[in-house]
Write a protein that binds this ligand. Structure first.
Ligand SMILES: [Zn+2]
Length: 408
């Protein structure tokens, strides 16, 4: 076998969950389609939800030239491609998993278990919980991105539970809400029967918008309630958790959110770059078919309710790099950073030389990527692997925007 290059182009894999955007509206599909030499085509009637471009066995990325899965190349060239730092710390796989998501309707209300729970769940049910790793994730908006993430302030939630049909969910004798009050409320709401959920929703709609806005709820509250009712089932308890207990955000392109392990979130619409520690574990409790819901007890026990999952602490600030082109999103974990490069037409400059692996996807513009003695064309949707400690240059023939997941 010829020796493996330190820079090569990859093909990604697009999947078709029903929450994805339809046909050509899906950026994930549009980007995926641009990779040359693949036979991926877009059907107007199909949903295209995510393009994955990591080494994970579901939806794997492949070396475009040879068709070999990236995972195979990494395993047989670990030192050269991943670098010793990455191998020692995270093993013979990529420590991260990047994706492009195109979201047409709500994803399940979800959390991703921490390491110790992941290990337990994997031991019990390896089919469903394929990993022993945690899965903190970041989402960077490529378009306007709507989501529920993290908890509202307890002082904002508690007055809402004075609505008659909600009072019974608050444990007797509660004065001030604490973490356990919220955990109980979530558990019991998830277990409530359909009639109860319906009653709560009716009473909720009778509230004046002005009153609930005074409590800090958004002006879109009733619109969101209606939208979520129409997307799954009107009696899905997950929509009440989202609307009553979580914060609604609209991110603009370039804004980012960090969701820690066990952090509650529910993405509603938009195109995003997502990157996570290498895992595919999820617990879902709502905004999905009943058969897909995990146990209300397990879900509510696992929920992280502290300052790290407080909604106002979840936005991840973008740091501008010194070179004027790069913007870095650095989550408080060791596995990866996400880096954006906006290079104006006519520029060429060194961009990277990282201690670990880097995966790059071009979002818009054209140019070239130069490294390991070669030059590869860059166009929207093109994906590249860059080995650890590889000096890399970018050239922008037109204004170029690329995103990278990297172990810096
Ligand atoms: Zn998630």
């Amino acid at each position: 076998m010829a020796s493996v290059s330190r820079l090569f182009q990859l093909s990604g894999t697009c999947n078709n969950y029903p929450w994805g955007k339809k046909g050509h509206q899906s950026l994930a599909a549009e980007l995926c389609k641009n990779t040359p030499g693949t036979n991926f085509t877009i059907n107007d009637d199909d949903y295209y939800s995510e393009m994955w471009f990591g080494d994970y066995p579901d939806f794997p990325a492949r070396d475009l030239e040879t068709g070999q899965p990236l995972a195979v190349l990494l395993k047989s060239n670990e030192e050269k491609l991943l670098g010793s730092y990455s191998v020692e710390k995270f093993g013979k796989n990529l420590p991260f998993l990047p994706k492009i998501l195109s979201i047409g309707k709500a994803l399940p209300l979800q959390i991703h278990p921490n390491k110790s729970l992941a290990a337990k769940l994997h031991e019990k049910d390896p089919e469903k919980f394929s990993d022993t790793n945690h899965k903190p994730e970041i989402a960077v908006a490529l378009s306007q991105f709507e989501l529920f993430a993290g908890w509202r302030d307890l002082n904002q939630i508690s007055p809402m539970f004075n609505i008659p049909s909600l009072r019974r969910f608050v444990p007797e004798g509660t004065n001030l809400w604490n973490e356990e009050t919220l955990r109980n409320v979530v558990r019991e709401l998830l277990k409530a029967d359909e009639q109860t959920i319906q009653k709560i929703e009716e009473e909720l709609k009778q509230q004046s918008l002005e009153d609930i806005q005074k409590l800090g709820y958004p002006s879109q509250t009733f619109e969101l309630l209606q939208r979520l009712q129409s997307q799954y089932s009107a009696t899905d308890p997950g929509l009440l958790i989202a609307i009553l207990c979580m914060k609604f955000f609209i991110l603009e392109p370039g804004e980012a959110m960090f969701i820690p392990a066990d952090g509650i979130h529910c993405y509603l619409s938009g195109d995003i770059v997502e990157c996570m520690a290498r895992s595919n574990n999820m617990l879902a409790s709502g905004l999905c078919p009943v058969a897909d819901r995990d146990s209300a007890d397990l879900f509510s026990e696992t929920l992280k309710i502290d300052s790290s999952t407080q909604a106002d602490n979840l936005k991840l600030p973008a740091k501008a790099g010194k070179d004027g082109y790069t913007t870095v999103y650095q989550p408080p974990i060791g596995e990866f950073d996400v880096v954006r490069v906006d290079m104006p037409a006519g520029k060429e400059d060194s961009v990277w030389n990282h201690k670990g692996p880097t995966l790059v996807i071009a979002i818009s513009g054209e140019g070239a990527i130069l490294g390991d003695g070669k030059e590869l064309a860059v166009k929207p949707g093109f994906i590249f692997f860059i080995a650890a400690a590889t000096a890399t240059k970018l050239r922008a023939d037109t204004d170029l925007q690329i995103y990278a997941a990297a172990l810096r």
